[in-house]
Write a protein that binds this ligand. Structure first.
Ligand code: NAP
Length: 263
């Protein structure tokens, strides 16, 4: 594969054909960077959000059909680089991407935000997964800000004694089947002042969330700290054992080096 050199360093060539698995702000930022470098890239969405943001690269929407479907897609489209920028809790997609890249020999990297860690003044209690989070809520009614995403919110009906404050990106077609809840539709960006106000307005006494990491969703944690609220933190699922980048610059460097290695 030809290698181009720019300002003394190798850059990924025009023969690269990148599949970027998205659904996150990191994926959108990377899509902008790839478009800025004139690299061929397709951004893939699962199709969970009604109106994804406009992107500077072509997009495709919907599952691939498991590992074998993704393998077939990588081969049919002649993908050379697979960049998995899905959410840290998209465990199935991440596992499929790792398996399909291994099977096809396509160069593969995971772009993921570092996990949040508790600091001074935080009152976090960790739970390993959604089931444990639900079980941990047995007890008298509370007013809980539930930030686990639309897909999982209704499972908390198993602890229906609580009042849940939900915040979704899109209005749901059917109201969530939680006996006591308030739904706010907002795509952000969220601020510490805004989230503090929201928690006060709804008399929230606990925050339950996933350890998504990143800055976009961190305002609620700072707000909880400010209000001295307990946080029930769902830890991340196990990540596949693959190359990892934490920001766009690291992915671009990896692309250059993948090219250098002749991947
Ligand atoms: P998941 O459970 O890991 O994946 C379930 C299935 O959805 C996958 O097997 C795949 O279907 C399809 N899929 C997932 N991501 C895809 C993508 N980027 N492009 C094409 N197909 C995709 O995923 P999830 O947790 O439901 O997340 C779905 C999407 O929402 C991802 O794009 C993720 O980045 C985003 N997201 C997730 C969370 C979260 O908390 N989980 C939060 C924010 C955003 P096939 O097996 O048919 O290929």
């Amino acid at each position: 594969m030809p290698m181009m050199v720019s300002q003394g360093r190798p850059v990924v060539s025009a023969t690269a054909n990148i599949l970027l698995l998205g659904g996150t702000t990191e994926a959108s930022a990377l899509a902008r960077a790839l478009a800025g470098r004139d690299l061929a890239a397709t951004l893939s969405y699962a199709g969970r959000t009604g109106q994804p943001r406009a992107q500077p690269v072509p997009t495709r929407i919907g599952g691939f059909g498991g590992i074998s479907g993704l393998v077939a897609y990588l081969r049919a489209e002649g993908i050379t680089h697979l960049i998995d920028a899905t959410h840290p809790f998209a465990a199935q997609m991440r596992a499929h991407a790792a398996a399909a890249a291994k099977e096809t020999g396509v160069a593969h990297i995971l772009l993921t935000r570092p996990a949040w860690t508790a600091g001074k003044g935080d009152r976090w209690e960790h739970v390993p997964d959604i089931d444990a989070a639900i079980a941990s809520l047995a007890g008298p009614p509370r007013r809980i800000m539930l930030a686990v995403g639309r897909m999982h919110a209704e499972r908390f009906a198993a602890q229906g004694q609580h009042h849940y404050l939900l915040r979704f990106v899109d209005p749901p077609e059917v109201p969530p089947a939680l006996p006591h809840h308030t739904l706010v539709v907002d795509r952000g960006p969220f601020t510490v002042d805004g989230d503090t106000r929201l928690m006060r307005e709804h008399a929230i006494d606990m925050l339950l969330c996933k350890n998504a990491g990143g800055s976009g969703a961190a305002a609620k944690l700072a707000a909880a700290r400010r209000l001295s609220l307990p946080v029930r933190m769902i830890d991340r699922p196990v990540q596949p054992d693959v190359a990892v980048a934490h920001d766009v610059a690291q992915v671009l460097a990896w692309l250059d080096h993948a090219e250098e290695r002749g991947v």
